[in-house]
Design a protein. Structure first.
Length: 148
């Protein structure tokens, strides 16, 4: 009977450990969120890691006035606060390191804890983040936006 009890304990311990691993994996999921139509878009150009100088990002017409576009692979968000004025910021939230998820109503929004940043200068509009999004260098030539 002692062997049966130990076998049962081993089974329960294995099931418990497997369930814990499954729960941790599910809780650590991505940060993708739905976005209102016409306010922001995303690009996943075949480029990874840190921004690389000279890399083409988008055409100026692809960045909505009063909104922006998130380039997840390059970890950059490009905004157009007013017509013809383009800004770029890191797409990594300064609060907890999540990738920002949307741009609407003049703010860049992080889906993890709902921090909001101004599209004009990356400043914090609503926390919990307390530091602005760092500015990134872009170059606008004609209708093309590239990394500087």
């Amino acid at each position: 009977m002692g062997d049966d009890l130990q076998s049962r304990r081993a089974v329960f311990a294995s099931v418990g450990a497997g369930g814990l691993a499954l729960a941790l994996t599910a809780c650590g999921g991505g940060t993708d969120t739905a976005q209102p139509a016409g306010t922001a878009s995303e690009s996943s150009a075949p480029q990874s890691g840190a921004p690389q100088a000279g890399g083409a990002l988008a055409k100026t017409a692809d960045i909505p006035v009063g909104g922006g576009t998130i380039f997840k692979d390059q970890k950059i968000v490009v905004t157009q606060p007013t017509s013809g004025e383009f800004k770029a910021f890191s797409a990594v939230c300064t609060h907890n390191g999540c990738t920002v998820g949307s741009v609407s109503d003049g703010v860049i929004v992080c889906p993890c804890h709902n921090s909001k940043f101004a599209i004009a200068d990356g400043s914090v509009k609503d926390g919990p983040a307390d530091k602005p999004l760092p500015a990134q260098q872009i170059k606008v030539e004609g209708d093309q936006i590239t990394l500087a």
